[in-house]
Every structure is written in structure tokens, then in C-alpha cells.
Design a protein. Structure first.
Length: 143
């Protein structure tokens, strides 16, 4: 019975670890998605700058041309800055996913052990009940 109690406690701990790993994975995925969205916004900014340069070439507006070139350069710089951060975030997601899977495997292993122990306890309880009934009938027949 003490082993069973300890195994149930271990299962609770493993469930908490799996939940924490899942939450860490979700946070890492959210961070990666945010960085990817920011990268997309930087790409859009660069494209807007190019369109502004093209439009200013038609209209002859020097201010728009300079602004468009700055927008293009700012978008490109933002993208260059984000690329290594996205790579790090992707690595973190892979690491968190592996940790989550490992925690889930450990939890399932403990679940199997707890289930096996519960089955063994049920079998032993059935044997005890049958033994008690047999003893009762033997005592009754011996009277």
C-alpha cells in the first residue's frame, strides 16, 4: 500500500512536470510566432518603401524618394536583426518540444506502473477474500 501511495505521488509530480513542459512549449511557440509576425511586418515595410520610391520616380517628389529609401532600409535592417533571433527561437521550440515529449513519456510510464500495481492489488484482494471464505467454510464444516 505504501508503494502504491508513493507511486501515485510520483504520478502527480510527473503530471505537473508534463504540464509545466507543455506551458513552456506553448510560450516558446508563441514567442516564435510573434517574431515571425514582426519579420513579416519588416518585409511589408521594405515593400512599402520600394513602392514609395517607385511612385516618387513617377511624380518627381524627392522627399518621397528619400522616405521610401529609408523605409526600405529600415525594413531590411529589421529583417536582418530578426533572423538570428528567429533561429534561436526555433531552436528553443525544438528543445521545449523534446522536453515536453520526455516528460509525457515519463508520466505515461508511471501511469502504467500505477495501473499495474492497482491490478495486482485487486487480484490480491480477490485472493484474500477467497481465502477468508475458504477458511470460514472449513471452520464451519469442522464444527
Amino acid at each position: 500500500m505504501a508503494v502504491k501511495r508513493a507511486m501515485r505521488r510520483l504520478l502527480e509530480v510527473r503530471e505537473m512536470e508534463a504540464e509545466q513542459s507543455r506551458a513552456a512549449l506553448e510560450r516558446a511557440i508563441g514567442d516564435l510566432r510573434q517574431k515571425e509576425a514582426t519579420l513579416a511586418a519588416a518585409g511589408e515595410r521594405e515593400q512599402r518603401g520600394r513602392r514609395l520610391v517607385t511612385a516618387s520616380a513617377r511624380t518627381g517628389e524627392l522627399v518621397d524618394r528619400v522616405a521610401g529609401m529609408e523605409e526600405t532600409r529600415a525594413g531590411r535592417r529589421g529583417a536582418e536583426h530578426l533572423q538570428p533571433k528567429i533561429a534561436q527561437a526555433e531552436q528553443l521550440v525544438v528543445q521545449r518540444r523534446q522536453e515536453f515529449l520526455a516528460a509525457r513519456i515519463e508520466r505515461r510510464q508511471v501511469e502504467l506502473l500505477v495501473g499495474k500495481a492497482a491490478k495486482e492489488d485487486a487480484i490480491e484482494a480477490g485472493r484474500r477474500t477467497q481465502r477468508d471464505l475458504d477458511d470460514w467454510f472449513l471452520r464451519r464444516a469442522g464444527r
